[in-house]
Design a protein around this ligand. Structure first.
Ligand SMILES: Cc1cc2nc3c(=O)[nH]c(=O)nc-3n(C[C@H](O)[C@H](O)[C@H](O)COP(=O)(O)O)c2cc1C
Length: 196
């Protein structure tokens, strides 16, 4: 059975570059046999948080929110593609994730990051780890941090040149780590129902 992996990316900028890394992640996971889907927060277009998904009476949440809740519940694992604004999370992605809570529980997640400079979004990546933990995901320790992003991926998400080869190898470790925990979590959910 192919792992269902949702890949989240959350820049709303017209000139956004991180979409290249998001495409790379989806392509790499697909090449490894996973059923990977990009969730682009800008396309989903949730409003600024008013009511969380669970605060809507059953069946009355806005269609985009309802559809995404179903996808999150059905997923085996998540990858978050993280850009950095002032050392922290991008608001579009944070706004999307905050709409949900229980829907995230009991699944592993990986964080990969990027920036235009050499620090590769590492500070925002660190900020996301506790956020995802609070939302009930188990964050794997392997990560990929890329910078400068525009010199590392072309527009289709293909890694460029020698650095690109290193990026592909490093992501392989992230994917292996995530796949191992994905299988472990799925087996455990089948063996014993989550406690809450
Ligand atoms: C409001 C704002 C704050 C930023 N802060 C940082 C930062 O703290 N560190 C950094 O490396 N880059 C920072 N940047 C640069 C972004 O990381 C860069 O524009 C990146 O490409 C944004 O992702 P996107 O292209 O996917 O929208 C900032 C950009 C903006 C617009």
């Amino acid at each position: 059975m192919a792992d269902k992996v949702l890949v989240f990316y959350g820049s709303y900028r017209a000139a956004r570059v991180g979409i290249r890394m998001a495409r790379f992640v989806v392509n790499e996971l697909g090449a490894r046999g996973a059923d990977a889907e990009l969730i682009d927060a800008r396309d989903v277009g949730l409003p600024m948080l008013d009511r969380m998904y669970k605060e809507y009476p059953k069946g009355s949440a806005p269609p985009a929110m309802e559809q995404l809740a179903g996808k999150i519940r059905a997923a085996d694992a998540f990858v978050f593609v993280i850009g950095e604004y002032n050392w922290g999370p991008q608001p579009g992605l944070k706004n999307l994730t905050d709409h949900f809570l229980e829907e995230w529980f009991w699944r592993p997640a990986a964080v990969v990051s990027y920036s235009p400079g050499r620090l590769s979004g590492a500070r925002a990546s660190s900020a996301w780890h506790p956020i995802l933990s609070e939302m009930g995901m188990v964050v794997v320790s392997s990560t990929l941090a890329v910078g400068p992003i525009a010199e590392t991926f072309d527009e289709g998400g293909d890694p460029i040149g020698q650095v690109g080869a290193v990026v592909r190898k490093t992501f392989g470790r992230v994917a292996d780590d995530l796949a191992w925990w994905t299988e472990a979590a799925r087996n455990q959910r089948l063996r014993r129902a989550p406690p809450y």
